[in-house]
Design a protein around this ligand. Sequence first.
Ligand code: ATP
Ligand code: MG
Length: 437
Amino acid sequence: MTEKETQAKAGKLSAVKGMNDILPPDSAHWEWLEDKVRVLMGRYAYRNIRTPIVEPTALFVRGTGETTDIVEKEMYSFEDKLNGEELTLRPENTPGVVRAAIEHNLTYDGGKRLYYMGPMFRHERPQRGRYRQFYQLGAEALGFAGPEVDAELMLLVHELFEAFGLRNVRVELNSLGVASERQAHRSALIAYFEQHRELLDADAQRRLHLNPLRILDTKNPAMQALVQAAPQLLDYLGEASLQHFDTVKTLLSACGVKWRVNPRLVRGLDYYSHTVFEFITDELGAQGTLCGGGRYDGLFAVLGGKPTPAVGWGMGLERVLELIRQQGQAPATLAPDAYAVLPDAAALPRAMQAVQALRSAGISVQMHAALTPGPDSMKTQFKKADASGAAYALIFGGDELADNAVTVKALRADGGAQRRESLDNIAVWASTLQSQT
Ligand code: ATP
Ligand code: MG
């Protein structure tokens, strides 16, 4: 078969629906963001944790909660063909982090502050800000019971958004108290919804006795009025829970974070207690929640570990990046400092040596690569040099090499000024090619 016939027979393949390729130049925005994340995590002394993307399905059924959207309808689950194990692509990473902490006894000598960045998988209807593979940045503080750590984690989000240059992101918070308080509220809630049974949609009817708190989380517009008037968990909190909540609010205010209590904020997951929070924007349409989190003191025990207080958050990076771009905060496209123009194959050995020396000196150099099938014309090479965005062209012509030199031509400024530099002392003049950054 000829190559053409092979191609025709093979047909084209495309990515799975709702799963996106991240290509240059967009990928540069991701790297820019990831760099900022690493710097800030270091300043807060949060350490990186990397857990597997595939986990036992039971981890999420127990850790995320049987009555959540995620477990009910969004998980990519499959059976391992070789040994029949039930496995799932992680839809979120908190259960994985807690599983790892239990498995490796991470908190044996005190609390641990951890963060992760990576892909999550949920079988949702793809739309703006909602994908089937998406990236989350998350931070988890394990083994800390105090409200100051809740506040610290929210400050971390606040500072990340500041480092990204984001504006108009609001902070909403609420307290879910402890189990006995939620129990009392739950009874009141069930009684209230039972009085208004005819107003409940099918989902709510089903959840009424399974997990009525989740009804408050409904996105059904027809149920908003009902939900607005429902009994508030805040009214069921005891002294200690109120104290915890007050301390979080006081610390946030002391550090300049504006917040607002949203008594309807309950989060979709079952293991939360005390503080829950969201960072929200109105500038991304319906998918405006950038980051959600809270305290989950109950999760370690649910996963078979020693009861351990913990708190954390997860941030959707696609949404954050979309807002960064929309607000004009994305960095300019990456351009190399210099572009190497090579009129002749004979110049290659010396030219490549020189280019390597420049790279060692910290200069980024893109080399023209079209000697095969034949060297491109100078005109073509200069066009490419210009399109690369480089500040300088390096011309390794025959004349120059006979002189053991290279011509350095300014492409952006100085009206195209050019000069000759010797290849003997590259280290001396390399820094003159360094662009803006
Ligand atoms: P939503 O109410 O938008 O469905 P969620 O409660 O399911 O969010 P979490 O499980 O708390 O979200 O995940 C934390 C963050 O991850 C969200 O605030 C959001 O920014 C992001 N996120 C969640 N699901 C998706 C998705 N399918 N695609 C892109 N980002 C997502
Ligand atoms: Mg969701």
